[in-house]
Design a protein around this ligand. Sequence first.
Ligand SMILES: [Zn+2]
Length: 214
Amino acid sequence: MRIILLGPPGAGKGTQAKIISERFGIPQISTGDILRKAIQEQTDLGRRAKAFMDNGQLVPDDLVTGIVHDRLAEPDCSRGYILDGFPRTLAQAEALTESLKGQRGGIDFVIDIRADLSRLVKRLTGRRLCKNCQQMYHEEFNPTKMKGVCDKCGGELYQREDDTEETIVRRFDVYESQARALESFYASSGKYRPVNGDLPVDQVTREVFAILNH
Ligand SMILES: [Zn+2]
């Protein structure tokens, strides 16, 4: 089973990808992870990607697509995979379709975890991390016993710089415009399936499994 998982930052996409990966025994392929690995192993593509990142630029579509293409050719992907964070743009989606040509119909499902912006803001602005052990808390949904102090190690809590409302809204807008282009691209092939990401995690999982087992 070949799955693409879409969803804005903070919608729980990584969590669902992990659950699907374990349930179906297929690898979770995250663009961030494989880019880091290609750079670490100093592959040709990895070296070229690093040059862009060192200059603070986005890695171009054709490079990202090339790195993903190589990863999908590895043996553990023969029974399928979950793509997490790829494709991000329409150009990447078109390139992926092209590179999967001749492989038994390509992608099976595009699952889009839709989430409401105001709920994402609430979820992300309330996040707090321990400076010492990196344990994650939430002011409202998972608070510490003593405000600002880690339950596990007594360390001081902090808020990540990009967990501000302004940054979250900006990231969401960029994500949404790209995601709607992907939606219309995949809707025409009948593989697009939206899921309500505002539900609790286990209910989202149930919806996703209902789609995949159909
Ligand atoms: Zn701690």
